[in-house]
Design a binder for this molecule. Sequence first.
Ligand code: NAP
Length: 317
Amino acid sequence: MAENNSNTIEERDLLILGSGPAGLSAALYAARAELMPLLLTGMILHGQASTTDTIENYPGFPEGVGGSELGQLFQTQAERFGAEIVMDMATSVDLRQRPFVIKTYSKEYRAKSLIISTGASPKKLDVPGEKALTGRGVSYCGTCDGWFFKDKDIVLVGGGDSALEEGLFLTRFARSVTIIHRRDSLRAGALLQKRAFANPKIKFIWDSVVTEIIGDDAVKAVRIKNLKTNQESIQETSAVFVTIGHRPNSELFVDQLELDELGYIKVDKYMHTNIPGVFAGGEIADPHYRQVITSAGMGAAAAIEATRYLENLEDTE
Ligand code: NAP
């Protein structure tokens, strides 16, 4: 999408960036505080959680709830109290000016306060063939793309909770799922490990990394290197699912906000960034928990703090 240089300027008390659990919870709380918040959804409506097949650990849903269904419920609840949700994304921000200036593809916004909940994106392997074959067998979302590989043999890279969750989900479609992990023990929690080891469709290749993805118009194989023996081998596969963690979507804030060494926005326990009036919540500020419930809690806290900030601002104006 090209940036639109339209001169339309809209002023707001509070702008929220991102439509995952943090952003939508912030929108709900801010709407109920009558701040009339405007939320820009970003590229992925309802965030990463919406690409999860079933969320089993969000309280209130004892049988689990679909990721996209939960996202829609969050949105409906926020809108019911007056939050305005717009399909657009920030292309630049200027936090040195007040009000803050946020440009999008179609508009320029001026906001007295800002909540950033732009989340994180899947990390890439950065190996030959990955980019060219993305969408042709290379995928970062099993829930989205698993269906295309019915009765196929597929490969998945990673050893954390996401890898095993995705791997287990993919066994619904695939004939076999080979999980390639760079160490000889998994990072994932015990329950997921137990389920994965018990699943006859899942195999593991330990101490190994993918060094190349091979194919022309579709994935055909991966080149694998054993890190202990340095031996290389080729494994035929119809797909490569990459689930090796995430990186924060904080590019817009480099040189404007304090970030940690991994690029996550630094916040105090009240979701304040180093700039008064700018708050952050959810995975953009949390490399540690990254759960729907913790993100939702951070978003709610950010909105409560933004409400207090705007009240104080009014008193001093
Ligand atoms: P993660 O815990 O950071 O795991 C990433 C995995 O990918 C690790 O096993 C890591 O190997 C491997 N890895 C990283 N870079 C790699 C590379 N360049 N090449 C090959 N392998 C690489 O990420 P995650 O699984 O996405 O989980 C993120 C957070 O969300 C965690 O806190 C997790 O508990 C949480 N989560 C929870 C649930 C749940 O509760 N059901 C579900 C999903 C995620 P090493 O182990 O060697 O570092």
